[in-house]
Write a protein that binds this ligand. Structure first.
Ligand SMILES: NC(=O)c1ccc[n+]([C@@H]2O[C@H](COP(=O)([O-])OP(=O)(O)OC[C@H]3O[C@@H](n4cnc5c(N)ncnc54)[C@H](O)[C@@H]3O)[C@@H](O)[C@H]2O)c1
Length: 345
């Protein structure tokens, strides 16, 4: 087990990678805890939950909305959770985002922690302290920063994750490797059989590497003014593709990473050999479904990017495998690249 500590101005968060999730019992207060989870997780793991009141949501993104948050808060009140209470989220990114947001506003803020159950949440969503809910189609518009006291990332829980969810999370792991850890890229490239069979030791190592990178970024830039922008690599085109084609997030981000790598190649920031390694890796995990956003629509979608300022967007380029840089570019340039990009060139 590796403990990675994320220290920000006013909080400390311990990320426990490789720990058995049942260990959570030893870390919780004796009273005042409520567990927030989703129905899939209850069905698989519910019989081993610590003995505290459980509130649950329907699985999936549809539950990330204010209405659900309000109902959850009512249930916490009914369960007698007061200002000394503690919310334990057990689930993927949706549960962690809801649990963190609820803990930050319930009774003006109570304690929280997560058992992170999906690959996406273990490598990304549950660390860093961002939380929130969607507002209509606009993602994560309402939310805040609150660091969980601890996060348990148990790779054995990933065994029960549906294949598409697993691969979608893998795309975020590859993103971390591309922007910050060349060695992680080598590991993912050289151990495909182990990655696909979800080897827990291999996954522990990969998750640790990803969390260490994210911890360093978040510690340096908790509120996303600079360095943290790099975590959006692949997301500018990715969000547009996700909205237009309704692909799962990770698949859309993988296509966004392919495009951003092609763009970096065109700008002379990476070599053709690196570009080919990146696209081969994404393709080998089946992460590059065809997409085709028509002229006229792509500009509108790119302008929905939360990282825009006026008609410019912060676009994350690679300047090598394991190194990235954010640059402000006009949206029109990004549109033009999308329309003329041909994979493999
Ligand atoms: N806060 C952040 O920094 C941050 C970063 C990235 C993504 N996110 C958010 O994370 C969310 C996506 O997270 P996600 O992909 O984990 O989605 P999710 O929480 O909806 O989980 C995906 C599906 O897998 C199921 N599942 C989860 N763990 C399982 C397990 N161990 N076994 C079997 N089934 C399991 C869930 O029930 C669900 O059906 C999005 O809402 C996104 O906005 C947040």
């Amino acid at each position: 087990m590796e403990k990675i500590v994320i220290k920000t101005r006013d909080s400390v968060s311990d990320i426990l990678v490789g720990a058995a999730w049942e260990k959570v019992k030893e870390l919780l207060p004796e009273t005042g805890v409520a567990i927030l989870t989703d129905e899939n997780i209850i069905n698989i793991y519910g019989d081993r939950f610590p003995e505290f009141p459980v509130v649950s949501i329907s699985p999936g993104e549809e539950s990330k909305k204010l209405e659900v948050l309000e109902k959850l808060a009512e249930k916490l009140l009914d369960s007698g959770i007061d200002r000394d209470g503690f919310i334990l989220g057990i689930g993927g990114g949706v549960v962690c985002d809801l649990a963190g947001f609820l803990a930050s506003i319930y009774m003006r803020g109570i304690r929280c922690a997560y058992v992170s159950t999906s690959l996406l949440s273990q490598v990304d969503a549950s660390t860093g302290g961002k939380n929130g809910v969607n507002l209509g189609e606009a993602k994560n518009v309402l939310g805040c920063f609150k660091q969980p006291e601890f996060v348990i990332c148990d790779p054995l829980m990933l065994k029960t994750l549906p294949e598409e969810e697993y691969l979608s999370g893998l795309a975020e792991l590859i993103k971390t490797a591309l922007i910050g850890d060349r060695k992680l890229f080598d590991v993912i490239e050289n151990n495909q059989a182990g990655i696909l069979s979800r080897d827990p030791d291999l996954l522990s190592m990969c998750i640790s590497m990803a969390v260490n990178f994210k911890a360093a970024v978040v510690t340096a830039d908790e509120k996303e003014t600079g360095l943290r922008r790099l975590l959006n690599f692949g997301h500018t085109y990715g969000h547009a593709i996700e909205m237009f084609h309704s692909f799962r997030h990770g698949y859309a981000v993988a296509s966004g990473m392919e495009l951003a790598s092609g763009y970096s190649l065109e700008k002379g920031l990476i070599t053709l050999a690196d570009y080919e390694r990146i696209t081969a890796l994404l393709g080998s995990y089946g992460l590059l479904p065809a997409h085709n956003i028509p002229d006229g629509i792509i500009a509108r979608l790119l302008l929905k990017d939360k990282k825009k300022s006026g008609n410019d967007i912060f676009f994350v380029f690679l300047n090598g495998i394991g190194s990235a840089v954010a640059e402000k570019i006009p949206v029109s340039e990004a549109v033009d690249f999308y329309l003329h990009y041909k994979p493999g060139k």
